[in-house]
Design a protein around this ligand. Sequence first.
Ligand code: CA
Length: 228
Amino acid sequence: MEETILLVEDEPGLRITISDRLHREGYRVETAADGQEGYELALRSGFDLLILDIMLPRRSGLDVCRDLRQSGFTTPILMLTARDQTADKVLGLKLGADDYLTKPFEMLELLARVEALLRRSVIKTRSPDLSYSFGAIRVDFRSTEVVRDGVPVELSAMEFQLLRYLIEHRGETLSRESLLQDVWGYAKAPTTRTVDVHVAWLRQKLEDDPKQPRWIVTVHGLGYKFTG
Ligand code: CA
């Protein structure tokens, strides 16, 4: 099946270069030239992936990302950021982007990220269980809602993907490298430290005592194991 990508980029040259290349790789591509148009298009059609520039006229990529996620939009989002805008990257990930790429980038790097994000979302839609409970936590895979004692827990898109993966591989010892490969979708960058940071965040949100975790335990020298 042909996968459809929405590209929101205001620079005409880059918009054409990226969409031509994606098209040649066999993807269907639709484009928007500003944030407002991109937001409306994203909500209207069933895209498999959204490539979203941050600096956009009418509505910034960060606003678009936040508003889409708040309206329940679960499609993977790849952010494009200008060099030296580290704050934007961090904020983008917090607002629900799944990955980011710094301009200027190699087209092959973009294609690798696109493939990784699409592969991840295929695994996601194949997941047979619609919800999973452990302790006081209930995870709804369809709405991506997590509640603890009936109270909603706010997870970033990445934290949710990690939690989903842990649940799907419960009882298995998972190395940081394999988590990075399978959850983030690429082994090179960022570092395995990223895994530790996200595990720590999940523990903060889900464990009664994050320092003595019951659900996401450390397997010394090997990685992590979900015991729920
Ligand atoms: Ca721009």
